[in-house]
Design a protein around this ligand. Structure first.
Ligand SMILES: *Cc1c(COP(=O)(O)O)cnc(C)c1O
Length: 493
């Protein structure tokens, strides 16, 4: 069963939590208890089988057959290669490549199964309405969600992205999506946080909800506030561990560290849940870019989101209001919903400080650091020099913070770096970092894509090939304030 982080709802089934997306009235759904799962019981299984074993206990109102059907996405050819999430040994650590799905970002790991989780959830209520999925994106979620939901019967999807705030490849990926049920909106004069706030505002609007109901439409969310997004992400931490065992790289104490390039805290929260379920994780390392609100929090216990917003070369981490952090604080405070309510009270205007016991617990669980733009570019270059391995800018942030962690702690625990995007998705900046080795023109995104392939000998991911030539469905421009009206115009009038 699921409950709200703010103590305003209890005893909800998985289907209810997934259909609703977030708790009406504020708060996020979290499991009321955590199942234990021994990695030893998963040895020799395929990724899909592991996924089934990890997800089943959280989906108690789903049939085993339904879940078996859902996890087929990991082996039906949508992910390239045999293994949807290979652990690649690099130096004396491992890189967990989570970007072998159709859109070349780790969001596919969850967004390829979310539509089926949602479809099955709706079946339980015999709902006959269509679902309207609203997504705010800092770049990668948008395309992964469009790809997951396109041409799904009974489902419509609208994606909001900050116009000018995503990479040219990310934008093209979104505007070239096929499907009659897909819509893309470029929010002019807004950053990701404003997109996310506007979308949350729509979810909270009862008038809009009623008007849509009359049109036989209900809202849901494909952002990582939805439990159906987090659940599939727990799987690959188990998978990483199983691979490390197979490769013989686990340290004698039997533990691993994981490093997570973080934005909305979904990926990191999934690692935390894996640890809670009994996966032997030692340290979880949280890596931020110049939008270092989390790194500051772990140092001071003060969450201060009212600060300058930086547009960086790791745009999917350009987030100051990190939604899933609420789920983390819920656990760190000993599941104290009253505290969560006081911290997330709107009148705090994006600033709160936690008590010292909670801060201590946070610091014992997570090591946090951040890397600036220069360091990110340098790390791409130095990793190429040292290992002939090319990181995308997001994963490079993680790599840099891992290096800082190593010098600070000398911790020899085998470490897994969660690699969240293919370097091809951010070719021009990657080529800029590697200018010493490549004479491709880094100011032309499409030329950089080919240049990167030439330099590494790696194939351009299928989803990024020929993007510049595909027919485009231009994004609808809209101001943050106009989003509600736009939804009305599209689906109600
Ligand atoms: C979404 C994303 C992140 C941030 O993940 P969260 O779960 O939001 O913390 C990091 N890197 C890339 C490439 C992403 O697409």
């Amino acid at each position: 069963m699921y409950e709200s982080t703010r103590g305003n709802l209890y005893g909800q089934t998985a289907s209810q939590a997934i259909t609703l997306g977030m708790v009406p009235g504020g708060g996020l759904f979290v499991p009321s208890t955590f199942p234990n799962l021994n990695w030893q019981d998963l040895q020799g299984l395929t990724y899909g089988e592991v996924a089934k074993r990890v997800m089943m206990p959280y989906l108690s109102d789903f049939s085993e057959e339904a879940v078996a059907e859902i996890v087929k996405v990991y082996s039906d050819g949508r992910f390239d290669g045999e293994d949807p999430a290979p652990l690649v040994p690099v130096g004396n650590f491992g890189v967990l490549e989570l970007w072998h799905g159709p859109t070349a970002a780790f969001k596919d790991m969850a967004l390829q199964v979310l539509p089926d989780l949602l479809k099955n959830s709706l079946k339980h209520f015999n709902r006959e309405e269509d679902v309207l999925i609203l997504v705010a994106t800092s770049g990668d979620t948008g395309k992964a969600a469009l790809e997951g939901f396109k041409d799904r019967e009974g489902m419509h999807i609208v994606v909001f992205y900050p116009a000018g705030g995503v990479s040219p490849v990310q934008e093209r990926q979104m505007t070239t999506t096929e499907g009659l049920n897909t819509h893309v909106v470029g929010v002019v004069g807004g950053n990701f946080d404003q997109c996310q706030t506007a979308v949350k505002g729509i979810f909270a609007s009862d008038t809009l909800k009623t008007q849509l109901q009359e049109k036989k439409l209900i809202f849901s969310s494909a952002n990582s506030i939805n439990w159906g997004r987090l659940l599939p992400q727990i799987v690959y931490y188990y998978w990483a561990y199983l691979q490390a065992v197979k490769q013989g790289t686990i340290t004698p104490e039997g533990k691993i560290n994981v490093v997570v390039p973080t934005g909305n805290f979904g990926n990191l929260q999934a690692a935390f849940y894996a640890k809670r379920m009994g996966l032997p994780i030692n340290r979880i390392i949280c890596a931020s870019n110049s939008n270092n609100v989390l790194a500051d929090f772990f140092k001071t216990g003060v969450y201060q989101s009212q600060r300058p917003f930086f547009q960086t070369i790791s745009p999917s981490m350009d987030i100051l209001v990190s939604s899933n952090f609420e789920r983390f604080l819920y656990e760190m405070s000993g599941r104290d919903s009253e505290k969560i309510q006081s911290w997330y009270n709107a009148s705090n205007q994006g600033e709160f400080s936690v008590d010292s016991a909670t801060l201590k617990e946070c610091q014992a669980t997570v090591y946090a650091g951040w890397a600036n733009e220069e360091e990110t570019l340098q790390t791409i270059a130095s990793s190429y020099e040292d290992y002939r391995y090319v990181f995308d800018p997001h994963t490079a942030v993680a790599m840099k913070v891992y290096e800082d962690y190593l010098s600070a702690t000398k911790d020899q625990t085998f470490t897994v770096i969660a690699s969240t995007a293919s370097p091809f998705k951010f070719s021009s900046n990657v080529i800029r970092a590697l200018a010493k080795y490549s004479n491709s023109n880094c100011s032309d995104e499409w030329e950089a894509l080919a240049g990167l392939s030439q330099l590494t000998g790696w194939k351009i991911p299928l989803g990024l090939q020929g993007l510049d030539k595909k027919p485009e469905k231009k994004a609808t421009p809209c101001s943050p304030e106009g989003i509600k009206e736009l939804i009305k115009k599209m689906f109600i009038e």
